[in-house]
Design a protein around this ligand. Sequence first.
Ligand SMILES: [Ca+2]
Ligand SMILES: [Ca+2]
Length: 114
Amino acid sequence: MYVNFRHINEHLDGVAKMNASQMTQEELEFHYFKLHDFDNNTMLDGLEIFKALTHLLPYDDQDDVQKVDPRGKNIVDNVLKEDDIDDDGYLTYAEYVLARRREEMREELRSKDL
Ligand SMILES: [Ca+2]
Ligand SMILES: [Ca+2]
């Protein structure tokens, strides 16, 4: 799942009133995860994933999400298909972190291609 961490910084600064710039990336990831774990069960369900994905997008990108699927179901399905390792329909923090690492590896590979 693609996450723009600079944007999370801004987001956390505003909403959580934390000094996000002093956090490590891991702390940021954890806060981002907890921020969208509305029922506090340390797992993100489909709705929570959808909120997490759309929450941080600029308005233009939100339009794109709407175009993909008005209910945003496809993007959530894609995230779960790729990142829900034990296939229980929820993204645990461990699965989320693995997904982040995988995305970083992919970005690294992409930048090496250039
Ligand atoms: Ca949850
Ligand atoms: Ca899972």
